[in-house]
Write a protein that binds this ligand. Structure first.
Ligand code: GDP
Ligand code: CA
Length: 321
């Protein structure tokens, strides 16, 4: 079975770990969000691609959900001693190596998709990880600070400000001109099922869908498209997804997110058991819906995520029939 998954960082990566356990023989292609990418200290950093790569490759810091395990921050503190920041973005010493290799290869002329493949040679994530595009796309957030409106990089909004001010708009700058990376449309066209993990609907999956051609390819693939709600009980499970949902006029609710994707894209949607009351609303929007446990934090690494993946695949078979 060929499965295509659109993924952001932590929600996508943890779900993917479960999917690999649930479908060990499946051929999984992950289309990764690159709207979060940022240049720091002259280096190209791709937080979501790296979170997927490290999580599936066994190098992730489990508690944080991002960055490397057994990390140290010598380089960062040496940079700070020179007065060189930003200090709000945590780049560890081990992590730096990934960004150096990436930046070096990009400088030598390799596209990001080829660079990602090369990095994955080391990590062996067990999936084919492709960035949504090789072109530069950068998510910006419009905010009002001291009575003045300005657009800031998504990472500055998310990491430095911790989404403490309202997001007035979210703009994937460059997306309109971007082309899907090689392999993206082909993977969608030959998929048996497309899954939306519980990733951020606006700045992760929404950004991927903003690359012209990707949304259309999924809608036209003629295979089941099933998503899992990142919102449980009217709040994001972790993070501040409600802030960016508000910016696009969507309430923070499991049913509202399904309606936001719409029945033109989604065939099936899973909500958490605490949101069982939302099932009817989702189904009346023309999307098959089931309420199952959707919390991935469990001591036995990945068992809850694997159960979620099995439910998603079962729902896909149900809508296919
Ligand atoms: P990011 O790029 O690291 O922010 O990660 P993603 O976009 O892939 O995922 C972020 C989303 O994952 C957040 O909106 C969370 O609500 C959601 N999320 C994280 N953990 C869980 C979980 O255990 N269950 C569910 N349903 N959603 C989760
Ligand atoms: Ca992200």
């Amino acid at each position: 079975m060929r499965i295509v998954v659109l993924a952001g960082g932590i929600g996508g990566a943890r779900f993917l770990r479960g999917l690999k356990a649930a479908a060990p023989d499946a051929d999984i292609t992950v289309i990764g969000n690159t709207g979060d990418d940022i240049h720091l200290f002259g280096l190209k950093v791709c937080p979501d691609l790296d979170t997927v790569m490290y999580t599936l490759g066994g190098g992730i810091n489990e508690e944080q959900g991002w960055g490397r395990t057994d990390e140290t921050f010598q380089v960062k503190s040496e940079l700070a001693a020179y007065g060189v920041g930003p200090e709000w973005f945590g780049l560890g010493d081990r992590d730096f190596a990934t960004h150096i290799v990436r930046t070096q290869m990009l400088g030598a002329g390799y596209p990001l998709s080829a660079v990602t493949e090369a990095l994955c040679d080391r990590w062996q994530p067990g999936v084919r990880l492709i960035p949504m595009t090789d072109d530069r796309v950068e998510t910006h957030v419009a905010v009002e600070v001291d009575g003045e409106q300005k657009a800031i990089h998504f990472q500055e909004y998310w990491v430095r400000l911790r989404a403490s001010v309202d997001a007035l708009a979210v703009v994937p700058v460059g997306a309109e001109q971007a082309k899907p990376a090689p392999g993206v449309l082909e993977a969608i066209a030959t998929a048996d099922v497309v899954l939306f993990p519980p990733s951020n609907p606006v700045v992760s999956i929404g950004t991927i869908l903003a690359v012209p051609g990707i949304r259309e390819a999924i809608a036209e693939a003629g295979v089941p498209v099933v998503g899992l709600s990142p919102i449980v009980g009217d709040a994001p499970v972790r993070g501040m997804a409600d802030k960016v949902l508000a910016a696009v006029g969507v309430e923070a609710g499991a049913a509202a997110v399904a309606e936001h994707y719409g029945s033109g894209l989604l065939d099936g949607w899973l909500v958490d058991t605490v949101d069982a009351g939302a099932v009817e609303r989702v189904e009346s929007a023309g999307i098959r819906c089931r309420a199952v446990p959707l919390i991935m934090t469990d001591p036995e690494e990945g068992t809850a995520a694997a159960a979620m993946a099995r439910e998603a695949l079962a729902l896909a078979e149900e809508v296919r029939a």
